[in-house]
Write a protein that binds this ligand. Structure first.
Ligand code: HEM
Length: 179
C-alpha cells in the first residue's frame, strides 16, 4: 500500500488520540519496518491491519470504527494533495459514482503501482447511490469513511450503509449512500 496511507494514519492518530496512542500503536505492533513510514514508500497491508488492531485493543474501540473515522479524515487529505480531482463535480454522489471510471484511473496515472479496489455502479437515482466495493482487502469501512468525507467536502450530510455480499475470491460490499 502507498506510504501516504500510513503517514496519514499516524498523523491522524496523533491528532485525534495523542502522541502516546500513536507511539503505542507502532511500538506494540509487529511490523515489517521499524515503524517509520514515508510518503514515497510502499508497505504491506498487514502493517496497517496490525497497527489498527493494536490501537483498537489499546483504546477499546472497534477496528471498523477506527478505520471509518480514518477514511473520513483521509478524504480531505488526499483531495488536498490532488485538488484538480474534484474540479467539475458539484455533488458527492456523482463523485463517488465515478471513483472507478475517473478518480482511481487518474490515481493510476500518478502511481501505476497503486493497488486499488474496484467499484461497480448499480444505480444512481436522485439522492440515492447503490454501488459495490470489490477488493482483495477488507477495507469496506475505509470506503465508507471516504464516502462520508466526500460528503463533508461537498458540504452534504450523507448516510452510508453497506452489507458484505461476497467474501471470496474478493470482498464485495454493497453500499447504499443517501444524500
Ligand atoms: C469517495 C471516494 C473514494 C473512495 C470510496 C475510495 C476508496 C478507496 C479504498 C477503499 C482504498 C483502499 C484499497 C482497497 O480497499 O483495496 C483506496 C485506495 C486508494 N485511493 Fe481511493 N477512494 C476514493 C477517492 C480517492 C481519491 C479522490 C484519490 C486521490 C486523488 C484516491 C486515491 C487512492 C490511493 C492513492 C489509494 C492507495 C492505493 C495503494 O495503497 O496502493 N482515492 N481508495
Amino acid at each position: 500500500m502507498k506510504g501516504m496511507v500510513f503517514t496519514e494514519l499516524v498523523e491522524f492518530i496523533e491528532n485525534t488520540f495523542g502522541y502516546e496512542a500513536a507511539d503505542a500503536m507502532i511500538e506494540k505492533s509487529i511490523l515489517s519496518t521499524d515503524g517509520i513510514f514515508t510518503q514515497a514508500g510502499n508497505y504491506p497491508f498487514s502493517d496497517l491491519l496490525a497497527m489498527v488492531i493494536t490501537l483498537s485493543q489499546e483504546l477499546n474501540v472497534p477496528v471498523e470504527t477506527l478505520i471509518e473515522a480514518y477514511g473520513r479524515h483521509l478524504f480531505k487529505r488526499i483531495v488536498a494533495l490532488y485538488p484538480p480531482i474534484t474540479y467539475g463535480f458539484d455533488s458527492p454522489l456523482k463523485f463517488i459514482a465515478q471513483v472507478d471510471t475517473f478518480i482511481h484511473p487518474e490515481v493510476l496515472k500518478l502511481y501505476p503501482d497503486a493497488d486499488l479496489p474496484s467499484f461497480k455502479l448499480i444505480s444512481l437515482v436522485e439522492n440515492e447511490l447503490i454501488i459495490d466495493y470489490i477488493s482483495s482487502k477488507p477495507l469496506a469501512p475505509l470506503a465508507k469513511g471516504l464516502a462520508l468525507g466526500c460528503g463533508d467536502f461537498f458540504k452534504q450530510d450523507l448516510i452510508a450503509t453497506y452489507e458484505i455480499i461476497e467474501e471470496t475470491p474478493k470482498i464485495r460490499a454493497r453500499f447504499k449512500i443517501t444524500a
